[in-house]
Design a protein around this ligand. Structure first.
Ligand code: SF4
Length: 509
């Protein structure tokens, strides 16, 4: 028998479908708190601190959770949110090669405020829960359902043996899509840990090595775990599971590792689960000579490896690195920014390869797991900016006038307009191997190749001159004329509208 869960309507009920990342996060936070979501939002505020700078400007955070769910075998992922958000999220997930359908429970103002949306979600979960096909179903509340208090925690923990994981991933509570990966990975690890504590669980599909394993935390290029495996083999350690996992039962193997390498440093909720399972955590990563030396030492100590074996692993890995770095160098000034969380690791490589790196901005926060990298970079004279905003990234490009700007789409766009060679961090840098000597070699090639394009930029600049810039962009039959009076008129109209809106809101509140 179905019953209706009372849901607190958002104050601005008539415009509820239109509330979102453009509506002002304070209004959304207030609505979510009064709708009973304070506990989860307070946890997010502790896990993903915003300061010292405000929320960065990157893609919808929920994409991180969606991507983690879609990459898992025998897992269905369902979104609950505004149609425009779901359209954008499904578009992006298929752009990035999801080969799975994204489930969607639509709503309107009525189903949202009466609680019928929750009933619809419950119905959808029951309809999907086929144990022959699925291990888990993930339901993600986007901004509006979170702000309205749609109570996913009231869903049954499992249906017909299929696990049900309900999470809130609002843009006003989770700052980046990187940290949203942690929201789902952490929720899954918590569930799996409780299963482990309750009794025997299935063994991983792949045979286990018999050696103590290191769980790797963070999405990485497929060759990277293999490179790390080679580096730690002399310490008689093996690489275990990479989290986020590709299958439910891998979660048990991840929890069973001897230590966890937080290669990506922003998985706060996941680390909480590993710590609850008694696993030591090691920050940073084996990048560059200093980084590899320190990381191998920290892994060895965390797992109780004898010093001679640590030295053996260091000698092997560092000899190969030195050989590559002696031959392949980067010459030139660089600024670097991104929102993947691996920016500091790339920055370390660049410095050790000889680049004159002036600035590294990450949309992710400072954590204990990237403190070592930040201190190392600062000691080399690099300005490290956590929770960097687009404005700070752009200011760095203007200030340092680099010969190569590595950054997010808008940074690259500005750099290219200024005839500065540039590379997208997400697609061209973070999606490549980063560990080991081979990774260093290929990174140097890409960077030097991009820097070598300066002459082409200059030629293009000279050829196009001032054509197509700013207001004069486009194809014109006559030379476009400036009309500053139009601008003034539009500005007056906008100010008038803003005053009218403010007066209406004052009457409504
Ligand atoms: S779910 Fe994402 S796209 Fe939709 S309003 Fe929230 S942050 Fe914006």
């Amino acid at each position: 028998m179905s019953h209706t869960i009372p849901i607190v309507p958002i104050k601005a009920t008539p415009a509820v479908d239109g509330l979102g990342c453009h509506a002002g996060k304070d209004a959304m936070l207030e609505a979510a708190a009064s709708a009973g979501k304070s506990e989860v939002l307070n946890q997010y505020a502790a896990d993903y601190p915003k300061g010292p700078h405000d929320q960065p400007q990157s893609m919808c955070p929920a994409f991180g959770s969606l991507r983690v769910g879609l990459r898992m075998r025998r897992t269905a992922t369902i979104l609950s949110g505004s149609a425009c958000c779901v359209y954008g999220l499904t578009f992006t997930s298929h752009f990035y090669g999801a080969r799975r359908s994204v489930g969607y429970v639509p709503f309107n103002s009525e189903t949202l405020v009466t609680g019928k949306l929750f009933e619809d979600i419950r119905e959808a979960v029951h309809a999907q829960a086929d144990p022959a096909k699925l291990d888990a179903i993930v339901i993600i509340n986007l901004c509006v359902p979170t702000a309205s208090g749609v109570p996913l925690q009231l869903l049954p923990p499992s249906i017909n043996g299929v696990r049900v994981i309900g999470i809130d991933v609002p843009g006003f509570g989770v700052p980046t899509h990187a940290e949203a990966k942690d929201v789902l990975a952490g929720a899954m690890l918590r569930y799996a840990r409780q299963e482990v504590m309750a009794g025997p669980v299935p063994a991983p599909r792949q045979a286990r090595s018999g050696k103590p394993t290191i769980t790797l935390l963070g999405e990485m290029f497929p060759a990277d775990p293999m490179s790390i495996a080679q580096m730690i083999a002399p310490m008689e350690l093996a690489v275990g599971t990479v989290v986020p996992t590709r299958e439910w039962r891998e979660l048990y193997a991840a929890l069973d590792g001897s230590a966890v390498a937080a290669i990506h440093p922003f998985y706060t909720a996941s680390i909480r689960e590993f710590e609850a399972a008694g696993r030591p955590i090691v920050g940073s990563a084996p990048v560059g000579i200093d980084g590899t030396h320190d990381w191998l030492g920290a892994i060895g100590q965390a797992t109780g490896v004898a010093q001679p074996l640590i030295d053996k692993a260091r000698n092997q890995a560092l000899a190969a690195l030195r050989a590559v770095l002696a031959k392949q160098r980067i010459k030139g000034r660089i600024t670097l920014s991104g929102y993947e969380g691996s920016e500091l690791l790339v920055a370390r490589w660049l410095v050790e390869c000889g680049a004159d790196l002036r600035y590294v901005g990450s949309a992710c926060p400072a954590t204990p797991w990237n403190a070592h990298d930040a201190a190392w970079l600062a000691a080399k004279g690099v300005h490290v900016q956590f929770r960097a905003s687009l404005e700070q990234d752009l200011a760095a490009v203007r200030e340092f006038k680099p010969q190569l700007a590595i950054g997010t789409t808008p940074v690259v766009q500005v750099a290219k307009e200024a005839a500065i060679p540039s590379l997208y961090f997400t697609n061209l840098i973070s999606a490549r191997p980063l560990m080991g000597a081979a990774a260093a070699g290929s990174l140097v090639q890409v960077i030097n190749g991009a820097m070598g394009n300066q002459a082409r930029f200059d030629t293009m600049n000279e050829f196009f001159g001032e054509v197509g810039k700013a207001d004069q962009a486009g194809v014109w039959s006559e030379l476009p004329q400036e009309h500053p009076e139009f601008r003034k008129d539009m500005k007056r109209q906008r100010e008038k509208q803003a005053k009218k809106r403010a007066a209406q809101e004052a009457i409504g509140s």
